[in-house]
Design a protein around this ligand. Sequence first.
Ligand code: GTP
Ligand code: MG
Length: 425
Amino acid sequence: SLRNLGNGHGRESALQLFVQAKKRINDIFKDIGDYVVEADTFVRKLVASKPAVGVTETEVISPENAEVVKGFKSKIDGIREVLARDHMKVVFFGRTSNGKSTVINAMLREKILPSGIGHTTHCFIQVEGSDNQEASVLTEDSNLPKSLHSIKELASALSSGKLKENSLIRILWPKNKCRLLREDIIFLDSPGIDVSPDLDEWIDKFCLDADVFVLVANAESTLMQTEKKFFHKVSSRLSKPNVFVLQNRWDVSEMEEEIDKVKQQHIDYNTQFLADELQVVDKREAKDRVFFVSAREALVSRLQNDTGIPTPDRVLLPGFQARLFEFANFENKFEVCISKSAVKTKFEQHTDRGKSITCDLRSVMGQVYTTSNTLQESQQRLRQERADELDFLIKQLDLLTREVKEKIRVMVEDVERKVASALND
Ligand code: GTP
Ligand code: MG
C-alpha cells in the first residue's frame, strides 16, 4: 500500500548496518579500554614493587614503556569520544526553490524546515536527533539550546537577525519522532547554490565529513553550470563523493508533452555528468543515482497518511503513485549507500588505530614477559649454583668425617695393641 511506500515501515532498515556497526565497535573499544586499564594497573604495581634479593638486573619494565602503557588509556578514551559523536551525514544542495527543504521534510515525514517560494533558506540548517522530548535550536554564538515550540517559532528565529549564509543553525529534533534521526542520520540543508559566491568556504566548513550529497535539481531545466561547478569542486576535495541527483518537481513536468523524451534527456545528461565528468560512478551505477520525484507530493501524502486518513487523490496530480514509489526507491538506494559508506569512512580509521594500539600494547607486555622470564631463569641458576656448593661441602665433610673416624679407629687399635703388649710385659 502507499502507506508502506515510504521510510521503513515493516522492513529492516539498511541504516541498521551503521547502527549495529557503531554499537559493535563501541563494545570492542570498551573491551580494549578495560584491558588497557588492567595492563596499566599491572604495570604500575610492577614499577612500585621491590627488586628481588640477589638479582642485579631488576627492571622488568622500563619507565618509558610504563609511560607508553599509560598513554594508551587517553588514546582509547579519545577514540571512544569521537565514536560517540559519529553519525551519517547527508547534505543537500541545489538552486534556490528547487525543493531542498521540502525533500528533507518529506524524508523526515514532518514539516520541520521552512519552505516556500523565493529565497527561503538563508543559512545552513542542520537537523539532528536528540534524546530530549522537546525540539530545540542551537546557534553558533551560544552553547545553550533554545527550546522550540513550533515551526512558526523556528521560521521567525531564522528570519530574525542578520544570518550570514555560511552560518549554521542546528535543530535538535526528538529522535522518537523520526526513524532516520533515530538511526543516526544528520541532515544539512543549504541556501540556494546560486546565491553564494564562496562555494569553497561552504565545502571546507560543511562538506568534508559528509557521507552523501544530494543535488536537488529542477526537472523543468537541465543542470546549470553553478550546480556542476560546485560538484566539481567537491569531487576535487573528496575522493569519489557519493552523489545522488533528484529531478524534483516531476509532478509539474510530467504534465508536459513528449515527457518520455525529456526524461531520457535528463537521464543521459545526468549519467554523463556523474560517470564521465565527475567520474564518481560508472554508467551502470548511475541509473541508481538519478530519480524523478515530487518532494511536495511525498511530503503531503506522508503527512496525510500519518494521520491515518488516506490522501484524497484530487490533492495529488495524476501519476502521483509512480512518483511516490520513485521517492521511496530513492530513499532505499540512499540508505544502503550512506550506511555502507559511513561504516567504511568513519570506522575504518578507528579500527586501524585500535589495531595499532592493541599491537603496541601486546609488544610492551611481550617485552615484560620476556624480561621476567630471563630474570626468573637467572634466579633459578643462582639457586642451583648455591645448591651445588652446598652439595660439595657436605661431600667434603663426609669424606673428612670418614677420614677422622678411620684415624680414630687406627689410633684406638694402636692404643689397644700397646696396652695389651704392656699388660703382657
Ligand atoms: P531555498 O531554501 O530558497 O533555497 O529553496 P528550497 O530549495 O529549499 O525549496 P523549498 O523546499 O523551499 O521549495 C520551494 C517551493 O517549491 C515551495 O513552495 C514548495 O512547496 C515547492 N515545491 C517543492 N518541491 C516541489 C515539487 O516536487 N513539486 C511542486 N509542484 N512544488 C514543489
Ligand atoms: Mg530551503
